[in-house]
Design a protein around this ligand. Structure first.
Ligand code: SF4
Length: 342
């Protein structure tokens, strides 16, 4: 492991100034992902800036009826909060579907969405990887692709040596729920405070796979806000994985559904395990609003969302299985959320 300096600033402003002043400085929150990367040589900072005790650890009601979740709130605390469980069950379920109890006790609200891909080549410093080392190539093209993307991928992905190729997926369960819930991210950066819609926080590779998010160097997430969203009372997170616990999603679905008189009045859907970012399923949502709350509508919505899906071949038989799997999972979740009288 490369030696680094460790800094404990007095407040968030000093923390932001410290990181912004050094291109090789990083923030440390729960450390559940960064510490692994320090040991593996995936992350090689000069300075690690500890913000664990600087941001809020409170979950507060907001004036509009939503919740503000401080960046230092742990995943365990958030999943156990009665307001989250009752008003946003999809978020509590997503949190509990992630990692292990020990990890959830350390992982934070601000850190979880910033965890990095679990593409096996990304964490193996002996292999080419455009995300870890820009321009080195993409070992996943023609390699192991079981956990890789099928949405947001060009119809013919560039070859393994193209500098902008990356077919990795984002690993966070929590982020899929936040994408569905219209969350807003509060950021303090070198140029002040700003708010970023959660669905715009993460990015597709778009020529630079090394950047997972739109955050600039020195930007610190201080809180994440949930709006008042009455339909979220009827919401669900379902994760399909290779084993029952402590595994990343092959595919996942976060959805909230409002049905009245047998018609879909409103809906929110996001998909996980299928793209470089948590995937807000806007095509499926548009297909569903105003449609009968029936199996036929749900099938049509899944087909609309997955029309542009691109399977990846691979030495492990590829990931074409993900496309029907995420479609079936979405249909099953919508069916579960449909009131019995609809
Ligand atoms: Fe690296 Fe992305 Fe290719 Fe994985 S898919 S090897 S993270 S460039």
């Amino acid at each position: 492991m490369k030696p680094f300096a460790f800094a404990r600033p007095a407040d968030v402003a000093e923390a932001v100034r410290t990181v912004a002043a050094d291109p090789a400085a990083v923030f440390l929150a729960g450390g559940t992902n960064l510490v692994d990367h320090l040991k593996l040589g995936v992350a090689t900072p000069d300075v690690v800036v500890d913000v664990r005790r600087l941001t809020s650890r409170e979950i507060a009601d907001t004036a509009d009826g939503g919740l503000r979740m401080g960046a230092a709130v742990t995943n365990s605390e958030l999943a156990a909060d009665r307001r989250v469980r009752e008003r946003y069950p999809v978020l509590a379920q997503a949190l509990l579907a992630g990692a292990s109890g020990q990890l959830r006790n350390a992982a934070t609200t601000g850190g979880n969405p910033l965890q990095r891909t679990r593409c096996v080549y990304f964490s193996d410093v002996t292999t080419p990887c455009n995300k870890r080392e820009p321009g080195s190539g993409c070992s996943a093209i023609g390699g192991y692709t079981r956990y890789h993307a099928v949405l947001g991928v060009p119809p013919t992905p560039p070859g393994p040596t193209a500098p902008d190729t990356c077919i990795a997926t984002h690993p966070s369960d929590m982020a899929v729920a936040l994408a569905a819930l219209d969350a807003q991210v509060q950021v303090l950066g070198p140029h002040g405070e700003r708010t970023i819609p959660f669905v715009e926080l993460h990015r597709l590779p778009d020529g630079d796979p090394s950047r997972d998010t739109v955050l600039e160097h020195g930007d610190l997430i201080t809180a994440i806000d949930l709006p008042a969203l009455p339909l979220a009372v009827n919401s669900q997170y379902r994760k399909v994985r290779d084993r029952a616990s402590y595994a990343f999603a092959l595919v996942s679905v976060a959805a909230a559904l409002e049905v009245a008189d047998g018609v879909v009045r409103d809906v929110r859907i996001a998909l996980g395990g299928v793209a470089h970012k948590p995937w807000r399923a806007t095509a499926a949502e548009e297909a569903l609003r105003g449609a009968p709350a029936t199996e036929e509508s749900y099938r049509a919505a899944a087909a609309a969302e997955l029309a542009g899906a691109v399977p990846q071949p691979g030495i492990d038989d590829g990931n074409a299985f993900k496309i029907p799997l995420v479609g079936r999972t979405l249909i099953a979740v919508l069916r579960d959320l449909t009131p019995s009288e609809a």
